[in-house]
Design a protein around this ligand. Sequence first.
Ligand SMILES: NC(=O)c1ccc[n+]([C@@H]2O[C@H](COP(=O)([O-])OP(=O)(O)OC[C@H]3O[C@@H](n4cnc5c(N)ncnc54)[C@H](O)[C@@H]3O)[C@@H](O)[C@H]2O)c1
Length: 272
Amino acid sequence: MYDELNKKSVLVTGGGLGIGEATAKAFAAEGSNVTIFDIDKTAGEKTAKEIKKSGGSAIFFHGDASKSEDCLGAVNMAINHYKSLSILFNNVAIQPPDSYLNAVELPEEMWDKIININLKSRYLMAKFSIPHMKKLGQGVIISVASVQGLQSMPLVPAYAASKGGDLSLMRQMSLDFASDNIRFASINPGTIETPMVFNALEGTGENIEDGLINSAAAHPLGRNGKPEEIAKMALFLSSDNAQFITGSHFNVDGGMMAKGAWADEVGASGSN
Ligand SMILES: NC(=O)c1ccc[n+]([C@@H]2O[C@H](COP(=O)([O-])OP(=O)(O)OC[C@H]3O[C@@H](n4cnc5c(N)ncnc54)[C@H](O)[C@@H]3O)[C@@H](O)[C@H]2O)c1
């Protein structure tokens, strides 16, 4: 338990499903007041309802995180209801199954959609949240980037660019707002079993079970991650235990980024 998170106002983008849902619930279990912002009304309302049923506090804002007016609306809702905003979990992103194309083939509209939801939302949410954090004299902004911000796989030009941009933006903002006592950090998940991954596997036509087994094998720990494992890192980074952390990113990836591109070949031959 992190006592300092009790009654803190936390806003989670994409809090209806997956990592966002698990993180909203994890903060609520610490006694935080949670605002869930999601484009999926059913999923967002369900997360908020489940939090309330288990004795926590949550409200839901229905909107699109790529739209300025909706980002402002979500922040205003948190402020009106909970009277402050201490922690922003900048989590929302998409990786549509039909976007696995090289840069020549990728339609411009798809590029814009991915960049606007995955990257522009980070800027918009920070832009509208920071003034309230300044008033409080403290704040924490955590973004969920990806191992794809550090290393590359084929056919994801917009998603990869959005994640590299996310890491760079968080690092940059940590300098501008350090004197306001607002800390920034990014989390780079490996493969986490969420609807995003299930949809992506479905899109490739691969059997989901087989796909999950294959992706588990790519992690040195031999398994995929759970959304709750990202949530635990978010709690830590928001807590007083992380007071000297800002502008850094953290891999929660089962060792994926520790593995060199040559590792499988050399490792298999037993010659390393
Ligand atoms: N799952 C993984 O393996 C993995 C790996 C690396 C990084 N990530 C990152 O983790 C974050 C969360 O991913 P996830 O796997 O939980 O995704 P998910 O698709 O399972 O859930 C995303 C949530 O965001 C919501 N959402 C989508 N578009 C929105 C919009 N325009 N406005 C508001 N809400 C919107 C969805 O409705 C959903 O509730 C993303 O930033 C993703 O890039 C995930």
